[in-house]
Design a protein around this ligand. Structure first.
Ligand code: ZN
Length: 125
């Protein structure tokens, strides 16, 4: 069975793994199971922090899509397309709470002021 495996797939899997993908992610991409890919990459040592940097955070994907949904919802509510300068802000800071009562439109500079009062904390919405 191992003889049938295309060497370029193994090389590709090892490359993905070096880039910081998890074995599970690599296995999914090359279409082999976890155990097989784990065997291919077991001699590769990699920097954990680089892996952490490269990993796509599920949260950030959600953050983006939820914010886009809030924007769409507000545009539908207002009946026009928001300008680049107009930001949909989540009043309760919960970017997953896309109820109209939790949304307001601010211009870009007012919005960044909202998020910088008293602290340097970045937040979701
Ligand atoms: Zn905001």
């Amino acid at each position: 069975m191992p003889a049938k495996t295309n060497q370029s797939i193994i090389d590709l899997a090892r490359e993905y793994y070096r880039w910081g993908l998890s074995i599970r992610q690599v296995a999914k991409m090359v279409g082999f199971n976890y155990g097989t890919v784990g065997y291919w990459v077991k001699d590769i040592r990699r920097c954990k922090s680089l892996a952490a940097i490269l990993r796509v955070e599920p949260k950030s994907v959600h953050w983006r899509s939820s914010r886009a949904a809030a924007r769409k919802k507000m545009e539908r509510h207002l009946g026009y397309k928001l300008e680049f300068n107009e930001i949909v802000h989540h009043l309760n800071d919960d970017y997953t709470d896309n109820r109209l009562s939790n949304l307001t439109v601010l211009n870009r500079s007012d919005h960044s002021r909202m998020h910088n009062i008293g602290r340097n904390k970045k937040h979701g919405g």
